[in-house]
Write a protein that binds this ligand. Structure first.
Ligand SMILES: Nc1ncnc2c1ncn2[C@@H]1O[C@H](COP(=O)(O)OP(=O)(O)OP(=O)(O)O)[C@@H](O)[C@H]1O
Length: 236
């Protein structure tokens, strides 16, 4: 539960999971993000759109704690993730946050199984075999687990990357153009699987995408232009 500061001596609770406050980022004097404020509720889908170079990945990296903003801060369940020490930050990233990328970011020359289990081993987490097999089934990768990831198709690679991100049961999944390298059939398959998991695991999904109408579930859509994030009003 996200706890806002005390007001009149009372704690205020809300369903917010993540909040960015006055986030700015610039590189070599060039402003990419300009005082961005954003909030994400639990178990919701948010799409972030914008032209190439508008700062979408930068915003995702900052919101997930991978990158520190020049100013402003990110509250994860009320806690400023950028002022936590390295160990606490790693714990949040390791246990609460999942990330999937357009380029899949799998470790070449390891099997599917080893790629998926690596974060669990690194975070010294326990995993139940039945849960593991269920996830393999949901993502339709049971038949691939002993295969070297180099030999997989793009759609298979992304399903493996999703399994790797979801096995530790994160509360938030960040996805940076997760279907950018996939054809329409694989995109639909991935979206359906993600939607099923979002419902079952009450996941919060924040996704950068160029695709129109990617999700069937309700979602909010934002556009990043000239460093400013504005909500897109849908007319359908
Ligand atoms: N670490 C960095 N050092 C210097 N410049 C950076 C760094 N990271 C991003 N940039 C610059 O910031 C701008 C925004 O980059 P970003 O990758 O966030 O854009 P994007 O909207 O995700 O683009 P695309 O859709 O093409 O992936 C770009 O001009 C990029 O070159």
């Amino acid at each position: 539960m996200y706890v806002l500061p005390k007001k009149g001596g009372r704690l205020i609770y809300s369903s917010l999971i993540l909040k960015g406050e006055n986030i700015s980022q610039s590189y070599n004097g060039y402003t990419v993000l300009n005082n961005i404020n954003c909030e994400f509720k639990k178990n919701t889908i948010t799409l972030i759109k914008g032209k190439s170079g508008s700062g979408k990945s930068t915003l995702l990296h900052i919101l997930s704690g991978l990158e520190k903003p020049k100013s402003g801060f990110v509250l994860y369940e009320g806690e400023n993730i950028h002022i936590l020490d390295e160990k606490q930050q790693a714990k949040i990233r390791g246990e609460k946050i999942g990330f999937i990328f357009q380029e899949f970011n799998l470790i070449p020359d390891l099997t599917v199984e080893k790629n998926i289990l690596l974060p669990i081993e690194l975070n010294k987490m326990h995993i139940d075999n039945e849960e593991l097999n269920n996830l393999y089934k949901k993502l339709d990768i049971s038949h691939l687990i002993k295969k070297n990831v180099r030999l997989l198709s793009g759609g298979e690679k992304q399903r493996v990357a999703i399994a790797r991100a979801l096995l530790k049961k994160p509360e938030i999944l960040f996805a940076d153009e997760p279907t950018g390298n996939l054809d329409a059939i694989n995109t639909n398959a991935i979206v359906k699987m993600l939607e099923q998991i979002i419902i079952e695991q009450k996941l919060t999904l924040i996704v950068v995408t160029h695709e129109e109408k990617l999700f069937n579930l309700p979602y909010k859509e934002f556009e990043l232009t000239n460093g400013i994030l504005s909500e897109c009003i849908k007319n359908d």
